[in-house]
Design a protein around this ligand. Structure first.
Ligand code: DC
Length: 220
């Protein structure tokens, strides 16, 4: 790539526990700022879905790592949002099923899985500026970005949000596993603005996020 073609793409990193509202905020920010939106939870879910389809024991890291070498994981962007295919198949709604919820934290703790997905996540920034949401975006994927947010909400509110979506996700169990794992645990990244969304509606969270991003130098 010539110097002339180099673009100053930037990343907005959004982390937080399950059902904190970070996906909605990420999508709204991406629309407002004209950026692509990358949902990294869907990537970990797709690997968990693959382990289910292939009858791989998710609690056995070596078995998961072996499976990873045998599947083709393709990431892309469609209509401004990230997509993921496993061996050419889009798992779609199956990514949100209980069986996937139950094993995704185990799969996400496998170092080989994180290594592969973090590599793919960083590659998106070669093509466009983006909003990326997950658990380790500000701490591991893009530690140098000044634009870091941590969206939180009480456990009660998060459970209520999932059930309003018609989902029975045991968020507290996943949060515990995601926060306690050795490899890239869920933490508030250094320099991140913490926004507690428990008592806010989505417009208020987006406005609070924009204020914090402007404080960190983002020009709207
Ligand atoms: O955002 P989500 O709830 O769809 O994420 C599903 C799981 O994926 C979550 O329980 C932990 C894992 N995950 C992760 O370990 N790192 C990320 N950057 C995103 C998700």
């Amino acid at each position: 790539m010539s110097e002339l073609n180099k673009k100053n793409f930037y990343a907005i990193a959004i982390d937080g526990p399950a059902a904190s509202g970070k996906s909605t905020v990420a999508r709204r920010l991406a629309e407002r700022l004209g950026l692509i939106m990358i949902n990294t939870g869907a990537m970990y879910r797709a690997i968990a879905w693959a382990s289910l389809k292939k009858n791989v024991d998710a609690s056995n890291p070596e078995a998961v790592a072996t499976m990873l070498r045998q599947i083709i994981v393709s990431c892309g962007v469609s209509d401004g949002q990230s997509t993921i295919l496993i061996d050419g198949i889009d798992p779609g709604r199956a990514l949100r099923e209980d069986q996937v919820n139950a094993r995704v934290s185990q799969v996400a703790a496998v170092p080989e899985v994180r290594q592969l997905l973090v590599e793919k996540q960083r590659a998106f920034l070669k093509w466009d500026s983006l909003v990326m949401e997950g658990r380790d975006i500000g701490s591991v994927v893009f530690p140098d970005t000044p634009y870091k947010l941590y969206i939180d909400a009480s456990e009660e509110v998060r459970l209520a949000r999932r059930s309003a979506e018609g989902l029975t996700d045991v968020v507290s169990k996943r949060d515990e596993e995601d926060s306690k794992r050795e490899n890239s645990p869920l933490i508030v990244a250094e320099g991140a603005a913490v926004i507690d969304s428990s008592e806010m509606n989505i417009d208020e969270v987006v406005e609070a996020a924009l204020v914090e991003l402007q404080k960190r130098g983002l020009v709207l």
